[in-house]
Design a protein around this ligand. Structure first.
Ligand SMILES: *[C@@H]1O[C@H](CO)[C@@H](O)[C@H](O)[C@H]1NC(C)=O
Ligand SMILES: *[C@@H]1O[C@H](CO)[C@@H](O)[C@H](O)[C@H]1NC(C)=O
Ligand SMILES: *[C@@H]1O[C@H](CO)[C@@H](O)[C@H](O)[C@H]1NC(C)=O
Ligand SMILES: *[C@@H]1O[C@H](CO)[C@@H](O)[C@H](O)[C@H]1NC(C)=O
Length: 429
């Protein structure tokens, strides 16, 4: 039987010790709280494998309320509140009856709450599955759980129902919502899409689609995404059939931790980690999708150029552009110069820089065939709308800014010509 960890001896200490009470079975009493300090003990699951509490980030004074794998040296985070609010030292999370989990900053201002319903809570539970659960008074109702409000990661025994989604974070160290989203649509297909940073809405052209929808017969469509106890992810269809996401036999047998994370680079990746590592180790990939995000055109932001490094996108602004947000290399690139057709466009004031092996397929406003390198360049120089001309195989495409779907073209047959104003002299590479 599990023992209650802090005994509460003496009247005066009762309040102090009992509000911090967490029991060895992973349960957390109503009224308990945690404060963000460097050595604060988190609420642990019974097995000790999962912890709920504050993780210290970037230096000393920034903390993230989160759930993590406590027995892995890097304390891999698998859940955090929406938009990953980073809070200062001295912030507090409390389990309050009728309120749920409430995160406040040192001034007592509310930063995040789990539920706004006034349901009575019997206790909280850091379950051994990695799910933090608020259990209702009748001891069977789940009022709120972290699995039902996922961040960027799914764990075994977790389900993604229709309409539910997970979001990538912005970068490895920035937990605010990033550019990518994994959703099970109401039609039953699982998709990966980018989101519009201004409205937060999903883009309508996914860069991965499981195609498990069936308009003609909905019993054949996907019902939920299941991550089973053995470490396999699949879509369960309404007709009971299984559409495998994790390939058959891909999961190593033995004692492993598992997770599937929509990484900040937009690649949905399933990982494993040995429970009893004999030597220094790290999370290894079981499976990922898409295998070439550069090919989909979604790996990097506007004007940016994607190259594949293993299965990962590497984004690099081309010559003539620089990062809009310097801390976000996979984001948009800002042009040094944007051509305009304002009165007084004089062809002689402009010239073109040649960028090798780079293409931004699609989104051209004009194409010319047959063409040659010289006539392609001349056409762009004379045309006040033209910012970039692409030449390949006797064809010329003219484009305006911003450019999208940028990628290195391995065939090396493509030439891109970027317009610049001659007085904005820039070094040739
Ligand atoms: C907690 O995890 C166990 C498996 O360890 C599972 O059987 C149980 O349903 C979970 N309880 C809740 C409330 O999630
Ligand atoms: C985190 O990323 C968001 C954009 O997604 C940005 O607005 C914010 O300033 C970043 N925070 C830090 C600490 O870099
Ligand atoms: C839908 O498909 C199932 C097989 O998956 C079939 O048994 C059923 O008859 C179909 N229903 C209709 C209306 O076609
Ligand atoms: C494990 O490797 C990391 C770097 O990869 C190193 O910093 C750390 O000291 C190593 N730990 C052990 C126990 O070897």
């Amino acid at each position: 039987m599990a023992a209650v960890i802090p005994l509460c001896p003496g009247f005066l200490t009762i309040f102090l010790l009992c509000v911090a009470a967490q029991q060895a079975d992973g349960s957390v009493s109503v009224g308990a709280s945690l404060t963000a300090t460097s050595n604060a003990k988190p609420w642990l699951s019974r097995s000790g494998e999962f912890a709920f509490g504050f993780q210290q980030l970037q230096g000393n004074n920034i903390f993230l309320l989160s759930i993590w794998y406590d027995e892995i040296p890097d304390k891999t985070i698998i859940w955090y509140p929406k938009d990953g609010p980073m809070v200062p030292r001295g912030s507090k999370v409390a389990l309050i009856d009728g309120r749920g989990l409430v995160l406040t900053d040192p001034q007592g201002r509310e930063v995040w709450t789990s539920v706004s319903s006034s349901d009575y809570i019997a206790y909280g539970l850091m379950n051994d599955t990695g799910n933090f659960v608020l259990v209702g008074r009748d001891s069977s109702t789940i009022i709120w759980d972290s699995f039902g409000n996922p961040a960027d990661t799914m764990l075994p025994t977790q389900i993604l129902a229709k309409g539910e989604k997970i979001n990538s974070k912005t970068s490895r160290t920035n937990f605010s919502t990033g550019r990518f989203q994994l959703r099970l649509l109401e039609k039953g297909n699982l998709v990966l899409n980018t989101i519009d940073r201004f409205s937060g809405e999903a883009s309508s052209d996914p860069y991965y689609d499981s195609q498990t929808d069936d308009d003609s017969n909905s019993t054949n469509s996907g019902e939920k995404v299941v991550f089973d106890e053995t470490g396999y992810l699949y879509i369960l269809k309404r007709n009971g059939q299984r559409f495998d996401l994790t390939p058959k036999y891909a999961v190593p047998s033995g004692e492993y931790y598992h997770r599937a994370t929509l990484d900040s680079d937009g690649v949905f990746t399933q990982y494993y980690y040995p429970k009893n590592p004999k030597r220094n180790t790290s999370w290894e990939v079981v499976w990922l999708v898409p295998t070439n995000i550069c090919q989909t055109g979604k790996g990097c932001g506007l004007n940016n150029v994607c190259t594949l490094d293993g299965n990962r996108p590497k984004c690099e602004c081309p010559q003539g552009f620089s990062l809009l947000e310097p801390s976000y290399p996979n984001g948009d690139c800002d042009p040094d110069f944007v051509p305009s057709c304002d009165a007084g466009y004089v062809e002689e004031q402009f010239d073109l820089t040649e960028l090798n092996n780079i293409d931004w397929p699609g989104s051209d406003y004009a194409s010319i065939y047959p063409s040659n390198v010289e006539s392609c360049k001349i056409s762009c120089l004379k045309d006040c709308f033209c910012a970039v001309a692409i030449y390949r195989d006797s064809q010329c495409w003219k484009k305006q800014l911003p450019l999208s779907n940028g990628r290195k073209d391995p065939s090396k047959l493509v030439k891109a010509f970027l317009k610049f104003r001659k007085r904005d002299h820039r070094p040739e590479y």
